[in-house]
Design a protein around this ligand. Structure first.
Ligand SMILES: Cc1cc2nc3c(=O)[nH]c(=O)nc-3n(C[C@H](O)[C@H](O)[C@H](O)COP(=O)(O)OP(=O)(O)OC[C@H]3O[C@@H](n4cnc5c(N)ncnc54)[C@H](O)[C@@H]3O)c2cc1C
Ligand SMILES: NC(=O)c1ccc[n+]([C@@H]2O[C@H](COP(=O)([O-])OP(=O)(O)OC[C@H]3O[C@@H](n4cnc5c(N)ncnc54)[C@H](OP(=O)(O)O)[C@@H]3O)[C@@H](O)[C@H]2O)c1
Length: 286
């Protein structure tokens, strides 16, 4: 074969595949904004990246050049992977902090842009950290929904438990949109329908609440557990260590209050190294 027959093919390939300009670069494929504080985006997944649904990774962008040296360093933050472990791409659900070093920039990404992704997933919100049970509770506030967006799309969740209850507490109604859309889309998820079959919709219960804007269910989930409203609304038994398993992801005071409530109900905290009845992770550092 003559060289001039090969060259055009190589040129075409070079045009299709963008040359990475960042270390550990991945390409953004989709961006959706929900409110002036929240958005989600998808990006390519490194072929070698294996993770367990519910884990987090470090992602980011290059920081501003150092005024003295002109050198740029990666600006990285922890992010829960919101997509399930089987997905070909990765999804993230993000806050926009107005003066936040990373998110003041990250909120402007567009398809075709590159982000940095360190391919070292870790975290406690994984099935392996819980012992078998009948019912699993996912308790989230704000962007703490992200790890559950992964676990809700993970077939193992429905294979391991008879019932899956997801509670999401936000200040305002618009902050529930990402979670609501995702749960709505589970109905059309071919993989889940195939694995779980007809019983699927009896298994999942969604309990969204708001605290600062009128909605069908108002109040902090912690207060609704204490008052018993959540059990009455869902028509379920109160928490018990024999049947219930739980994962918590929210702001620090929320995590601490829920831990206390679960411990009062007799559940013990687990970890990767010592599976037990519930696990906790911070949605962000205060
Ligand atoms: C284990 C772990 C997982 C995380 N997963 C996610 C995730 O999936 N999505 C996500 O948006 N963030 C997540 N975060 C927070 C994330 O790491 C960054 O803090 C966030 O992206 C803001 O970065 P920043 O540089 O703009 O501001 P930072 O300097 O990091 O934060 C500034 C301040 O903004 C507030 N803040 C930061 N993040 C949030 C948030 N998510 N919700 C509400 N207030 C916040 C806090 O008060 C914080 O002190 C996670 C943090 C941890 C520790
Ligand atoms: N969300 C917004 O519209 C908004 C706007 C501007 C700035 N901010 C700032 O952004 C930061 C994060 O805000 P955020 O709304 O994403 O998260 P957040 O303050 O962590 O609140 C998320 C939800 O968790 C609830 N909550 C807080 N502590 C709790 C506890 N101990 N037990 C049970 N539930 C609890 C809140 O209820 P309560 O409402 O009862 O606290 C709210 O519904 C804050 O510093 C905030 O000042 C937020």
């Amino acid at each position: 074969m003559h060289m001039n027959e090969v060259t055009p093919v190589m040129d075409a390939e070079a045009k299709v595949k963008p040359v990475p300009t960042l270390p550990d670069a991945q390409t953004v494929t989709e961006v959706e904004h929900y409110t002036d504080r929240l958005f989600r985006f998808r990006c390519t997944r490194p072929q070698t990246l294996r993770f367990r649904s519910g884990e987090f990774v470090m992602i980011g962008l290059m920081g501003d050049p150092d005024p003295k040296t002109g050198k740029q360093k990666p600006l990285l933050r922890a992010y829960s992977i919101a997509s399930p472990s089987w997905d070909e791409e990765l999804e993230f659900y993000s806050i926009k902090v107005p003066d936040g070093p990373l998110t003041s920039k990250l909120q402007h990404i567009k398809p075709g842009d590159q982000i940095i992704l360190r391919p070292k997933p870790v975290g406690t919100l994984v099935h392996d950290a819980l012992i078998p049970g009948k019912r699993i509770w996912f308790f989230a506030t704000g962007t703490g929904f992200a790890p559950f967006a992964s676990l809700l799309r993970e077939p193992q969740t429905y294979q391991d438990y008879d019932e899956v209850i997801i509670t999401h507490t936000c200040r305002e109604v618009g902050e529930l949109t990402y979670g609501r859309n995702l749960i709505e889309a589970l109905k059309d998820d071919e993989l889940l329908n195939e694995v779980i079959g007809d019983g699927f919709w009896k298994k999942i219960k969604y309990y969204p609440t708001t605290t600062r804007e009128e909605s069908p269910k108002m109040g902090r989930i912690t207060d609704l557990i204490r008052s018993g409203d959540v059990f009455a609304d869902l028509g379920t038994d109160p928490l018990c260590p024999q049947n219930d398993r739980a994962m918590i992801c929210g702001n620090l005071p929320f995590n601490l209050e829920l831990k206390e409530l679960l411990e009062e109900a007799g559940l013990e905290e687990g970890a990767n190294s010592k599976p037990a009845q519930y696990v906790v992770e911070k949605a962000f550092l205060e």
